[in-house]
Design a binder for this molecule. Structure first.
Ligand SMILES: Nc1nc2c(ncn2[C@@H]2O[C@H](COP(=O)(O)OP(=O)(O)O)[C@@H](O)[C@H]2O)c(=O)[nH]1
Ligand SMILES: [Mg+2]
Length: 455
């Protein structure tokens, strides 16, 4: 499908957000630029593209949301906004016990083909379907409907001689009473002119259709907006089917244009064959673009990628013998998700066993403390997270952070001390540089770490 490229760009953007440790301005600018280009290539209205970029940027610079929360919200925002510009919630064509659907559209839009497809679609779902041919304008129109109906194995009521659609209606009125779904083919025109409007209105008066559906080909792109609006005004259509979605670079334009005019897209045509019709659901459409089940699956990926990445980073820092406050931050963050204190111990290479030596109640108490620390780190600037020495030098900062995070200056001092301690322990162990430790050093470390925690 043509929109595949848009899907790839969105997938890449989401992956970049997912894997980033910090969602910074540079990253956001880059992602916005990619998404903009892809949306415009998919023929989406520039204004919509711009509005989406603004929303992403606004959320990205929002200081009150941090870490995984920010990533999660960004991914959700991109997903939801694209779903909105595609039409939001799925709208279903509601059939009654007896339903008549009147098809409208210009020449060559795909009416006749789509009527047969839709008949086939509903016949398979147990409806008793008949097609009624009222296109008396085109010489071969009735033959075409007859052939298509044969492919769908449903009856078509046609008259190859009669030129007055109203007479054809009268002729088959009785026969059609036996069917619970009648789909009506009408003549098109080059444009929506008075003649076409009158013809449709006359037919409508006689048939009293349940639905009036406009058929438009995807190739018209954003022009779908004007066309849908015109048909809505003149003939109060209640929905749209977009055909030729399989081949047009303007498919995105046609889809989003319909959403703008609030004309629900019920079905899309994705090929010339009788079964090549699909219901249109913005949310599953995006899932397909993103190659991901649903939003939930996407968000789960944000979480798992975050912890994997953080773990990797942590291990690297360990090897270098330096654990920054940033690493501690990452760990605290993933811990709150993973939920247990012994995870952090387990993540330190070679310290896995030490976890079992710390009593359970102790761990729970420590977890509580960790939550406070996490809040405190949330209230720090990026500069402070990267250079905690700043806090020791300028104690005013500690007071500010404590106030902002609902913690005490004592707790923050303890966090800094703890962080320093871990670093000291690590740099004093030369073995760590190679990522391995002997048994005695390990035990010493575990004791020291556990001992500190007991306070
Ligand atoms: N590739 C493709 N072609 C389609 C689709 N729907 C219709 N067509 C083609 O579009 C052309 C016009 O279709 P037709 O049903 O005759 O349009 P009408 O004049 O509105 O009745 C035909 O060649 C169809 O085969 C579609 O979903 N995909
Ligand atoms: Mg036709």
């Amino acid at each position: 499908m043509v929109l595949e490229k848009l899907g790839n760009v969105l997938k890449l953007g989401i992956k970049k957000i997912t894997n980033a440790i910090f969602v910074d301005k540079k990253l956001i600018d880059e992602i916005i630029k990619d998404i903009q280009r892809a949306l415009i290539e998919a023929d989406v209205n520039v204004e919509l593209v711009f509005a989406l970029s603004q929303k992403i940027r606004k959320l990205a610079i929002d200081e009150t949301i941090k870490g995984v929360d920010k990533k999660e919200q960004l991914v959700k925002l991109i997903h939801d906004e694209i779903q909105n510009i595609l039409g939001g919630e799925k709208q279903e064509l509601k059939l009654q016990k007896k339903t008549t659907i009147l098809f409208l559209g210009l020449y060559g839009s795909g009416k006749t083909t789509t009527i047969a497809k839709l008949g086939f679609y509903y016949a398979k779902r147990g409806r008793k379907v008949a097609l009624l041919g009222l296109d008396t304008q085109r010489p071969a129109a009735m033959d075409q409907l007859e052939q298509m109906a044969a492919k769908a194995k449903i009856p078509a009521f046609i008259d190859k001689e009669e030129k007055d659609p109203l007479k054809i209606i009268k002729k088959y009125e009785k026969d059609l009473e036996d069917y619970d779904l009648v789909i009506v083919d009408t003549a098109g025109r080059d444009g929506l002119n008075k003649e076409l409007i009158k013809e449709i209105k006359d037919i409508e008066k006689k048939i009293k259709p349940t639905h009036r559906i406009l058929v438009m080909p995807a190739d018209i792109g954003q022009a779908a907006k004007t066309q849908a609006a015109e048909f809505q005004k003149a003939l109060s259509i209640d929905g749209v089917i977009i055909t030729r979605m399989d081949g047009s670079a303007k498919a995105g334009g046609a889809l989003t244009a319909c959403a703008e005019t609030k004309a629900p897209v019920y079905f899309i045509g994705v090929g010339e064959k009788i079964h090549e019709i699909e219901t249109f659901d913005p949310s599953s459409f995006i899932s397909r673009l993103l190659g991901m089940g649903d939003l939930q699956a996407l968000l789960e990926k944000v979480h798992s990628a975050t912890t994997e990445k953080q773990q990797q980073r942590m291990e690297e820092s360990m090897k270098e013998g330096k654990l920054s406050l940033l690493d501690l931050y990452s760990q605290l963050e993933s811990m709150t998700q993973l939920g247990s204190m012994d995870k952090i111990l387990g993540m330190i290479p070679g310290l896995g066993n030490a976890a079992s030596k710390v009593p359970k109640a102790q761990l729970e108490k420590q977890e509580q403390k960790m939550k406070h620390w996490k809040n405190a780190i949330h209230s720090m600037t990026q500069e402070e997270i990267e250079n905690p020495e700043l806090l020791e030098k300028q104690t005013g900062r500690i007071a500010r952070i404590a106030k902002g995070s609902g913690t005490t200056t004592g707790e923050i001092r303890e966090l800094l001390k703890q962080h320093k301690l871990i670093n000291e322990m690590m740099s004093s162990q030369s073995g760590l540089a190679e990522g391995k430790l002997d048994q005695r050093t390990l035990q010493k470390m575990a004791k020291k770490f556990g001992g500190k925690m007991r306070r």
